[in-house]
Design a protein around this ligand. Structure first.
Ligand code: SF4
Length: 606
């Protein structure tokens, strides 16, 4: 087999047993790898109804067939598990170097089961795998953990992924962080790792990923890298200003969410844009493994020194979404979220929920304690004070650690939670991109942008410009293609930013040359459709109620955007959703019917 090794590790932390398991090319052809392999294993082995923080939940950490190769951005890995935040599937994805190193060690995945009695870490050096005591690491922040492990193991190659105090304390939106600042951030994968008493995974490998036709692959890689370099976003805006290049673009299009999505235009956007950050704080770019784009930022500021990030979403979540206009405080807050192992989007979203509950008088000073700063819009003190409190579940931080939905529910303001399936939304107001809104509502892991990035066609014009307020079948179909294609890119082990510059045919070329297959673009998209449907089946079995859960906050459906180019618009979800179900081949009530499952070869999971 090429690309994939055809073997993965099964580590049972309850028994201490480590097993090697094999799979064949037939399975790889059906699921591709990574996100695909993971959902296959979960459906086959785990009851979707398990408690996400119980030993019965499985945590699958998996690079893809192109991870560790020279394919552009080929360093990603996925973390797939049942989310403690949503109660549904999550597949959090991270860059950096850890995913490639795991591949160099000869593994397509680590399936982690059970729960260790005491804190442990997993050390992998090629085929040698050890579960080691991590009592001395428990309580450490991410940089301290990495430093201690490097010292202890003493290898230059070592790549580490770990949780911070947030994961240890089961914060519902805790992240897993690798290479210092790269995070598998969303939907609480860090809490699942913490619930297993697993502090870190340290890996070093010495193998080269097997490629079917090395010469052809090199030529294809060269061609795709050139395409990316010549693209104005992948080769221009992203390397120059990072993902924060989006701040001005999204703001000027009137869908940059401000003060918990009350409006779509932020008066201080310019100051905290990629351009503003580059001028004031940037010292260099930081690319992930094999990435010709290099969107990662390294900034320097007096309070925390040299630090990586923040990304567009984090600048927004910790900035405009809270009405905050102090870029230094935002960079600092991002730094501490990484160190404590917190998802920045959900941290910002939860604080924004608290601010609106405060504004509406539902959350009161006596609820949060006398010494706590008031949850007033624009109050940077809230950032300084609460990030640590959330990570350690101290004081009112304990309530915030449950996430925005549970907070809003507790204080009687569910309509002020801006999320889907209990997951806080990212930095695009869907009243300015209605296809993106349908994506939020139907995403398998909840309110997330990255698995259905309709901002591409609706705002940026990739692969071509679509009217953000058109809600016809072309738009719905485009969303379905984006969802299926995203699943293929994740399963391949690539970064979604490659879609600026590369289309579905380009991914087919890379995969075929590496794997030695002769799949058509349609066959790859079919794998993506299989993954999407399998995840949907998992969710339905876990208790997903399409009527309740494929939804959007009331604000987007009933409160027209108050100003700017999208003034007067709401999201017409009710009109799009039935057509989405029909075009997916699902039942009118959003279920995967037997004939669709049969067509995709997943009827055994129904
Ligand atoms: S585009 Fe950015 S996030 Fe993606 S692989 Fe490259 S540096 Fe990493």
């Amino acid at each position: 087999m090429y690309g994939n090794w055809g073997k993965f590790l099964r580590v049972n932390l309850s028994t201490g047993e480590v097993k090697v398991e094999e799979y064949d090319e037939e399975l790889a052809k059906k699921w591709l790898g990574s996100r695909g392999l993971a959902i296959y294993l979960l459906l086959k082995e785990m009851d979707p109804k398990v408690d996400p923080l119980s030993p019965e939940n499985k945590l699958i950490i998996t690079p893809g067939p192109l991870s560790g190769t020279s394919a552009p951005t080929g360093g990603r890995y996925n973390v797939v598990t049942k989310s403690p935040q949503t109660g549904f599937i999550t597949m959090s994805n991270s860059g950096g170097y850890f995913g490639a190193e795991l591949k160099f060690a000869g593994w397509d995945a680590i399936v982690i089961e059970g729960k260790a009695e005491k804190p442990v870490y997993i050390y992998i050096k090629d085929e040698n795998v050890e579960i080691r005591d991590a009592s001395h690491l428990w309580g450490k922040i991410v940089s301290e953990t990495e430093e201690a492990l490097r010292k202890e193991i003493g290898s230059k190659r070592l790549r580490i992924t770990s949780i911070g105090p947030a994961g240890e304390n089961l914060v519902k939106f805790a992240a897993i962080v690798n290479d210092g600042h790269r995070a598998a951030g969303r939907a609480g994968v860090g809490a699942v790792m913490g619930s297993k008493n697993l502090k870190a995974i340290a890996v070093e490998g010495s193998k080269r990923v097997p490629i079917a036709d090395k010469q052809k692959f090199m030529l294809v890689v060269k061609e795709k890298v050139n395409k990316l370099r010549n693209d104005p976003v992948a080769g221009g805006g992203l390397p120059k200003y990072g993902t924060a290049v989006l701040v001005n673009i999204i703001n000027s299009n009137g869908l940059y969410p401000v003060r918990n999505f009350q409006t779509g235009i932020f008066e201080y956007a310019e100051e905290q844009s990629g351009e503003g950050m580059t001028a004031k704080y940037l010292i260099r770019n930081q690319p992930c493994y094999a990435c010709p784009i290099g969107c990662g930022r390294v900034n320097k500021l007096p309070s925390v020194g040299v630090t990586e990030g923040p990304e567009y979403e984090s600048i927004w979540a910790l900035g405009a979404n809270l009405g905050i206009n102090d870029l230094a405080s935002i960079i600092e807050a991002n730094h501490f979220c990484d160190e404590y192992g917190l998802d920045t989007i959900s941290t910002g979203g939860t604080l924004a929920t608290a601010m609106e509950l405060w504004e509406k008088g539902l959350l009161k000073p006596e609820d949060v304690g006398e010494d706590a700063p008031p949850f007033r819009w624009g109050n940077t003190e809230v950032l300084h004070y609460y990030i640590e409190k959330i990570a350690y579940r101290k004081g009112f931080g304990d309530t915030l650690a449950e996430g925005g939905y549970r907070l809003a529910e507790r204080f009687g303001g569910v309509d002020y939670f801006m999320g889907v399936k209990k997951l806080e939304l990212p930095a695009y107001d869907p009243r300015g991109a209605e296809g993106h809104g349908l994506g939020y509502a139907t995403n398998n892991r909840g309110g997330c942008h990255i698995k259905n990035y309709m901002i591409s066609p609706e705002i940026l014009g990739y692969p071509y410009k679509m009217d953000p307020h058109d809600i016809g079948d072309d738009k719905v179909n485009m969303l379905i293609v984006f969802q299926n294609l995203s699943a293929v890119i994740d399963a391949a082990g690539l970064c979604l930013f490659t879609t600026f510059g590369l289309g579905a045919d380009d991914f087919r070329d890379l995969l075929n040359a590496a794997l030695g297959w002769d799949f058509s673009t349609e066959e790859y998209l079919k794998i993506g459709e299989r993954i999407w449907n399998a995840e949907r089946i998992f969710n339905l079995k876990a208790g997903l109620d399409p009527e309740r859960d494929d939804s959007l906050p009331k604000r987007f459906l009933e409160e027209p955007m108050p100003e700017g180019p999208n003034k007067g618009h709401v999201v017409r979800l009710k009109e799009m959703l039935p057509r989405y179900y029909a075009l997916r081949g699902w039942t009118p009530d959003g279920k995967v019917p037997p004939e669709k499952a049969k067509e995709l070869g997943i009827e055994e999971f129904l």
